[in-house]
Write a protein that binds this ligand. Structure first.
Ligand SMILES: [Mg+2]
Length: 173
């Protein structure tokens, strides 16, 4: 049995889509996920829109409404039966994210017991055998097996094992 730590944003919850949806609603322009390869929305919008985009995750409800990433629920539920799954999410940077993420997990991943939901600031506090995350700043500091979950911003990472969608998970565990 492995202790598997799983990140939320852009691994279980589609935060990227939320950024694109909000931007389209505010400015009438739809960027694609392909346009975000290796970058993030705030870095490619016109400079005068950047500040507004940076404020999106500060909004109450931003993290509450995120779409569930395809197949994540089914695959994580199955992994949870055979392994020790912990959800580990940074939820201190944005004030409302803590409550929103609490609610989101309760709604979509109620099979994860509350003792295995870890909201933190710096993820290096969390120890485990495996970390599934989309960001280098988490993966690179992890002492165990670091697996990058494909998101537009990380398609160029080459230094980690890669989980390219949840249906890929059976190759790993
Ligand atoms: Mg993430």
């Amino acid at each position: 049995m492995l202790r598997i730590l799983i990140d939320m944003d852009d691994v279980m919850a589609d935060a990227t889509k939320q950024f694109l949806d909000l931007y389209e609603r505010d400015f009438g322009i739809r960027y694609t996920k392909e346009q975000l390869h290796g970058t993030k929305l705030s870095a490619i919008v016109p400079p005068e829109h950047k500040q507004k985009v940076l404020m999106y995750p500060h909004r109450k409800g931003f993290f509450k409404d995120l779409p569930v990433i395809e197949n994540s629920k089914e695959v994580i539920e199955e992994l949870n039966k055979r392994h020790e799954v912990f959800i580990v999410s940074a939820a201190m940077e944005f004030k409302h994210s803590l409550y929103d993420k609490f609610e989101w997990l309760a709604e979509h991943f109620s099979f994860i017991p509350w003792k295995r939901r870890v909201f933190c600031g710096d993820k290096t506090i969390a120890k485990g055998d495996v970390l599934i995350d989309d960001h280098d700043f988490n993966l690179s500091l992890f002492a165990g097996r670091a697996i990058v979950f494909t998101a537009p911003h990380n398609v160029h990472y080459t230094e980690y094992e890669r989980l390219d969608g949840w249906l890929d998970a059976h190759h790993f565990f």
